[in-house]
Write a new protein. Structure first.
Length: 409
């Protein structure tokens, strides 16, 4: 490894570790834990002050997963005991209030005390509930938690596995004028959830892969957010929609999946790398930097008025995806892509004064909303990206004999 690249790897790792341990995790531990009612406060202003007591369940599940994964990934960390207590606080709240055993649905939003506020007609609350249970099962050595996670996953699959466009059990009827479509978010999140479970799910995995392939249009070098069920293109705003962050995230999920199951022909890796590279190419703002939120494949103005915002999570996903691609291929092109994303992300999103990251910037990179937590932003994308980046950098250094610690879990 060239000396300058080795130095750059170590410099980035030190910066990422400082951000994770000094700025991001302390913000959530200091401001989000509700020791009175259980669970976590989600709606936190720039300085951590609460502006709403409602608790969004998919963020509760994400935070449980995140803290539990930290516990397993860094068992010697001095805050281990504090993390475990925080995990238990969130897990107990979830299992007591979020889950409805009569139909295995999981609420989207609860009051501070745990009373139902809103039930979404989507599967994401259930998916992150499953991920939280599965990770806690490994952390605490409790097989009952994994069994519960697998039961809820079976329910999720029964809702969407046969009818991904209009899952009737979720209260989403199929109206005659609405075409049946495939949405990338469904197979992407299910493939991720399957990776957290202990059982074998070959049928479900193959379904997810087949669906993702429909969205990856090699002839266009694009990943489409919505296609017809047979994979054909739709000439509508929904059918032309590009979501670079989702596409990049799906790509690195595929990279991880291929590594986990074995990919002797390299077909999964090839597709994943094409998805990530193509989405970075089309999604990167050449004028101001950062990833666009939405684009139209034909160049029309996206109907989403927030299309040009630079959000935290697409750039976080790109950090992980480019580092994973570099770690798996050793290609300097992927390292250069990582530095392009990292230089923008670390210059714009972190808040050195109060910790954590801003979530929403305008196209020029100026802060649009100052809050650190809200209905869609919690203790997940930023710490997950930093944790995985730290592990991939350790892996890269370990491969070169520079770092004896390979922290990948």
């Amino acid at each position: 490894m060239p000396t300058d690249l080795s130095t750059s790897l170590k410099t980035w790792q030190e910066r990422i570790q400082r951000e994770l341990w000094q700025q991001v995790i302390p913000f959530w531990l200091n401001h989000s834990l509700d020791w009175q009612c259980g669970g976590y406060f989600n709606c936190l202003d720039r300085n951590g002050q609460r502006y709403d007591d409602k608790k969004y369940v998919w963020l509760q599940g994400r935070q449980v997963w995140m803290l539990a994964r930290l516990c397993r990934s860094y068992p010697e960390h001095s805050d281990q005991h504090r993390w475990v207590e925080a995990v238990q606080l969130g897990l107990h709240f979830l299992r007591r209030f979020a889950y409805r055993p009569q139909d295995q649905r999981v609420y989207f939003c609860l009051s501070r005390e745990g009373q139902p506020v809103y039930l979404q007609r989507k599967i994401f609350s259930e998916c992150f509930y499953v991920m939280a249970l599965a990770e806690c099962s490994r952390l605490f050595g409790d097989p009952n938690l994994m069994q519960e996670a697998e039961r809820v996953f079976a329910a999720i699959w029964s809702w969407v596995g046969g009818s991904p466009s209009h899952p009737l059990p979720l209260g989403r009827p199929h109206w005659p004028g609405s075409p049946a479509v495939s949405e990338l978010a469904i197979p992407m999140i299910l493939l991720n959830v399957i990776g957290e479970l202990a059982g074998s799910y070959p049928e479900q995995e193959q379904w997810c892969l087949a669906r993702i392939r429909l969205h990856h249009r090699r002839e266009l070098n694009l990943v489409l957010e919505t296609v017809a069920l047979d994979g054909s293109l739709l000439n509508t705003p929904e059918g032309r929609l590009l979501n670079p962050g989702h596409a990049i995230e799906a790509g690195w999920f595929l990279l991880e999946y291929g590594e986990r199951i074995g990919d002797p022909q390299g077909s999964l890796r090839t597709m994943a790398l094409e998805m990530i590279a193509g989405s970075l190419e089309v999604g990167w703002d050449a004028e101001y930097g950062g990833l666009f939120y939405f684009l139209d494949r034909e160049g029309y103005s996206p109907v989403q008025l927030e299309w040009s915002l630079k959000l935290w999570w697409p750039n976080c996903e790109a950090l992980v995806a480019t580092l994973a691609a570099y770690g798996m291929t050793g290609s300097l092109e992927w390292w250069q892509r990582f530095e392009q994303v990292a230089n923008y992300t670390f210059a714009r999103f972190p808040d050195p004064e109060y910790g954590e990251w801003f979530g929403y910037l305008d196209r020029q990179g100026r802060v649009s909303q100052r809050f650190k937590g809200g209905p869609y932003k919690g203790c997940f994308h930023v710490p997950r990206a930093l944790m995985l980046a730290d592990q991939w950098l350790s892996y890269a250094l370990d491969q070169q004999g520079v770092n004896p610690q390979n922290k990948r879990r």
